[in-house]
Design a protein around this ligand. Structure first.
Ligand code: HEM
Length: 385
């Protein structure tokens, strides 16, 4: 029943009344100081590691990036730190891995009800996540009840709690309507809010490490704009080279490689007749590398395509660049994600230069999002600032 899978009036309620108002660009701007705090924590631990090894060390960055993105979502949307919600994230990650392991029978009607080992693991994780989320929601309600009205700082989680109360007949078909609404929407935000961003950051660092010529260009921009100070909203908006590096990463490795739609009426797509009820898969990753529309070599990493917002010159059909999806269901978290990614890159480029370790194995893996399958080990070298 969460926003990801709902349709019609329920989806409209979740999207327009509950989720989107809390993720608008202005709200995301208000979260930048939290992002800087969380990123500084991650970088301090990398700095500690490099200091202990004489200024340079190998670090596998994926897990730290996931913890960083989880910390941001925990604080910005749920009013807790990552350490308080750690168990939820750990369970969600395990659920993601278990779902990614589903075999060929996935999609066969009824197969998800069979007591296979994989299904049993999935059911157990889902039950545990449900319990943890309802527990968190209760604590949040108690916290709000004990906080004077003029001191309340309402967050996305509060919007979900209120949205559950207001959903009324939209969810009455469920046996535990309010609980299902809360659990499913929180679960969607916990997952969507950190996994995709962390994966993009990991791909970004992999690409910058294997195309080191872009590091001094991006670093020079960070130094000019930030002047050694922590990035804020105005500074982040000026980081056009850094932004282009992120856009090019999202083009080459969109963490969500496809989106799906259902034809609500008979329609014609190009010269094909699509009957009502057909599931249509939009292959984002393929569109991003289609040599018929992308100028130059679409398989090559070239952030120059995006520098100065020149996308129209780089792609003959700019609507083919859709890392955040398209149309009414486009990603509502994109401002938050773009700020987060710019914060990580700005702080990291200021502190370190980095190269890809020889241990890196290029193995993109589809685990709900497409992530570096064997992780991204980097050789971090601390810079003298
Ligand atoms: C780099 C990071 C991210 C990428 C690449 C990404 C990508 C996407 C894509 C492709 C969709 C499907 C859109 C469609 O069907 O047209 C989507 C949906 C969604 N995303 Fe993101 N996302 C990111 C970060 C986030 C963050 C940080 C949040 C929340 C904090 C978020 C929340 C959502 C939600 C709630 C939806 C469902 C929207 C709906 O169905 O109406 N995403 N995202």
């Amino acid at each position: 029943m969460g926003i990801f899978t709902s349709n019609g009036d329920l989806w409209k309620h979740e999207r327009d009344k509950v989720i989107v108002p809390e993720l608008k660009p202005k709200k995301a701007e208000g979260m930048v100081h939290l992002m800087v705090g969380s990123a500084n924590g991650m970088l301090a631990s990398w700095e500690n590691t490099t200091d202990k090894q004489g200024g340079s060390a190998e670090v596998v960055v994926d897990e730290s990036l996931r913890n960083f993105a989880a910390d941001v979502i925990s604080k910005a949307c749920f009013g807790s730190s990552y350490s308080e919600l750690n168990e939820i994230f750990t369970n969600i990650r395990q659920l993601q891995m278990a779902l990614a392991e589903q075999t060929m029978i996935f999609g066969v009607p009824g197969s998800r009800y069979l007591p296979t080992n994989n299904n049993i693991e999935i059911w157990s994780l889902e039950a545990s996540i449900r319990r943890l989320i309802l527990d968190m929601a209760n604590k949040r309600r108690e916290h709000n009840a004990a906080t004077p009205e003029d001191e309340k700082h309402l967050l996305l989680v509060d919007s979900i709690l209120k949205g559950a109360e207001q959903a009324g007949s939209l969810i009455s078909s469920s046996t535990t309507p309010e609980y299902d609404f809360i659990v499913d929407n929180c679960k969607n935000i916990f997952f969507a809010g950190h996994e995709t961003t962390a994966t993009t950051a990991a791909w970004c660092l992999m690409l910058l490490a294997s195309h080191p010529e872009w590091q001094p260009r991006a670093r020079a921009e960070v130094q000019e704009v930030c002047q050694g100070k922590p990035p804020d909203v105005d500074k982040l908006k000026k980081l056009s080279t850094v932004t282009s590096v992120i856009q090019e990463t999202l083009r080459l490795y969109p963490p969500t490689p496809f989106v799906t739609r259902e034809a609500l009426a008979d329609l014609k797509l190009g010269d094909r007749d699509i009957p009502r009820g057909t599931n249509i898969w939009v292959p984002i990753a393929l569109a991003h590398r289609n040599s018929a529309v992308w100028v130059g070599s679409p398989d090559m990493f070239d952030p120059g395509r995006f520098v100065g917002g020149k996308i129209a010159a780089a792609c003959k059909q700019p609507h083919m660049n859709i890392p955040f999806g398209v149309g009414h269901r486009t990603c509502p978290g994109q401002s938050l994600a773009m700020f987060e990614l710019r914060v990580v890159l700005a702080l990291l480029l200021h502190k370190f230069e980095f190269a890809l370790s020889r241990k890196y194995v290029h193995a993109p893996a589809f685990r709900i999002s497409v992530e570096p399958g064997e992780g991204v080990p980097l050789i971090l070298k601390k810079l003298d600032n």
